[in-house]
Write a new protein. Sequence first.
Length: 350
Amino acid sequence: LRTAMMEARPSVKRLVTGTRSSNMAVLREIDKRASGGRACRIPVDPDEVSETGDGAGMARLLTRDPRSFTPCFCLIHWEDTGMTMAAGAERFNLAAGLAGKRVLVTAGAGGIGLVIAEHLIHHQARVFVCDVSKRAIDGFAKHYPQAGCAMADVSSEADVDLLFTVLKQELGGLDALVNNAGIAGPTGGVEEIDPAEWRRCIDVGLTGQFLCARRAVPLLKAAGGGMIVNMSSAAGRHGYAFRTPYASAKFGVIGFTQSLAKELGPANIRVNAILPGIVEGPRMDGVIRERAAQLEISVEAMEKRYLERVSLRRMVSPNDVAAMVSFLLSDAGRNISGQSIGVDGNVETL
C-alpha cells in the first residue's frame, strides 16, 4: 500500500505507520472527524502524515504542498478495514460485483437471453439458463460447459419447481433472476384473436415471471439480498395496436416490477424492468412480416414505418439490452430499483 500510494501521489513525502507521539494529535483529530466514512481536512506537517495503525480502518493521505515547511491540509477518507487501492478503483468499473454472482436467465439459450448469458459469463458470473428448446439447450451446454442449463417452460408450475430444484443443487443458491422469457403472441384485431393464443402469451410473458420470482425470492432472501430484472417492452409503455396480448403482458410486467420493488426492498432485493424497443433479430423480422401482410404493404415499407417512430431511427441490438442487464446486476446499479428503463432509441409510439 505504501509503495502504491507513493507512486500514485509523489506529493506524499513519507508515511509513518503506528502511533508515534508526534502524530498523536493528528490521530485524535482523525478519530474525532472521520467517523461515518466522511472525508475531512486536517492541518498537518507534510513530514508527519500517518496511518492510524489501530486496525479500525485505513486513511488515504493527500498533501497539498510537501515542499513547504508550513502546515498544509491532509485529506482523510475513512474506508472499511482491508480496503486496497485496487479495490478503490472498482468504483469506476461498471461490471464490478458480477464475478461469482449466481444468476438465472430464463429463455437464456437463444435470442436476447443468450446474449445476456454471454455477457454475464464474460464477467465471470455463475450462470444458469433454462429454455424450452432442446436444440438451444444442447448448443448452449456445448459452447458454455462452465454454465448450467435445463429444459423448462416458465408457464408450467411443475417445470419451474423442477428448474429451481436443479438450480439450487448446482449453484447452492441465487443472487439474481433475469426474467427474460416471453413470446410474440398473435397479430390481429381483438375480434380475430384466438383465446388460447391470448392465454399462452400472458402465461409465458407475465405468469411465467411470477412463477419464477415466487421460487427465486426465498433464495435471494437467504443470500442476504439480490436482484430481479424483468423483461418488459416499449409495448408496455405505449400500447400496441393489433398486438394486444403482447402489450397486455408487458404492461403487466411493469406493474409486477413496481409492486415487487416496494415489497422486496426492505429485504435488500432490487427489482427493475427493461423495456427494449425494436430489437434486431429473427423475432422482430417475423413481427414485421406479419404486420406487413396484414396491412398489405411490403416488408421494407413496414420496417420504415417502425423506424420512423423511433427518435434515433434505428433498431437496438441484443447487446444493448444485455449491457443494461449487466449494469443493473452490478454494484454500479446498487441503488436502482422500481424502474422501467427503456433501451429503445426513444420509441415515440408503436
